[in-house]
Design a protein around this ligand. Structure first.
Ligand SMILES: C[S@@+](CC[C@H](N)C(=O)[O-])C[C@H]1O[C@@H](n2cnc3c(N)ncnc32)[C@H](O)[C@@H]1O
Length: 267
């Protein structure tokens, strides 16, 4: 896939902030999915491993947390992230064909991956279901990119965000896939046990950079930005870093938990 991820320290810091916030905000859904001490869980499209680490710490030494990502750089970063946690592993693989053991996991998580895989969403969810044991749970998280807003708005950062959306549209991706998670689980034959949308209003900390900025090389490669745009956006971020009164951001994120049937209709 062509997802452009610059794994700078800033980017990895953003992933850790997101993982910590998500962990704190998804307590009920983690319980529904059975993500607890001793559980065997997978994280498909684990990125640099911030959530994989939280999962490994949650399941503890008697559980397992196995991560998969198609990007070797992300896998290398995740490997570093899980240092000292023997119950965790990470490997290179595809979300439609991870190479993990089928029917083996109590819960299979997939966060912020579907929005990058236009046209393959159903195939990915079907694969996640094959990894999950009967009675286990598929745990999906994704955004409604159309509803992510900043206040006060900076016209240059709004411009960057719009071009990022244009890049995804050109690739056939659906940045509003969050609202479709329940439907995707049902299409894969699962029962939706939790489906929640919305998200917190955040005060954007200084030096935080969004995914659109991480994708700047891809924007240039696609002809959607040039060196002047990059300089203009960088200046806008530097302006924003200096603001004493931190801007507010709405993050529209969706969480859905689907239960895999205990026996198939044929069984
Ligand atoms: C936005 S990041 C999210 C990372 C992590 N799940 C999180 O929420 O912090 C998306 C990750 O999914 C991976 N990815 C995207 N499509 C994939 C696919 N088809 N198979 C495996 N990994 C994929 C990318 O390489 C990237 O690391």
């Amino acid at each position: 896939m062509t997802y452009a991820l610059r794994l700078s320290q800033e980017e990895r810091a953003r992933y850790r902030v997101m993982a910590e916030m998500a962990h704190a905000g998804e307590v009920a859904e983690w319980a529904t999915a059975g993500i607890a001490a001793g559980a065997r869980v997978a994280d498909i499209g684990c990125g640099p491993g911030a959530m994989l680490r939280v999962l490994a710490e949650t399941v503890g030494p008697d559980g397992r947390a196995d991560g998969v990502d198609s990007h070797p750089g992300a896998v290398a970063a995740a490997q570093e992230e899980i240092t000292g946690l023997p119950q965790a592993s990470v490997r290179v693989g595809q979300a439609t064909d991870s190479g993990l053991e089928p029917d083996a996991y109590d819960a299979v998580m997939c966060r912020h991956v579907l929005a990058h895989n236009g046209g393959k969403e159903a195939a990915i969810v079907a694969h996640l279901a094959t990894l999950t044991r009967p009675g286990g749970a598929v745990f999906l998280v994704d955004i409604d990119g159309a509803a992510i807003r900043l206040h006060p708005e900076d016209p240059d950062l709004t411009d960057l965000n719009q071009r990022y959306h244009e890049l995804h549209r050109a690739r056939g991706n659906d940045l509003t896939v969050g609202v479709k998670l329940g439907w995707l689980l049902e299409q894969a034959g699962l029962t939706v046990e939790a489906f929640r949308g919305g998200g917190p209003m955040l005060r954007v900390p200084p030096f935080l950079r969004p995914p659109s900025w991480a994708a700047r090389d891809a924007l240039v490669a696609a002809g959607l930005a040039d060196a002047d745009d990059l300089a203009r956006w960088e200046a806008a971020f530097q302006r924003a870093d200096q603001l004493v009164e931190r801007p507010w951001m709405s993050v529209a994120s969706f969480v859905a938990v689907g239960r895999v049937p205990v026996s198939s209709p044929a069984g």
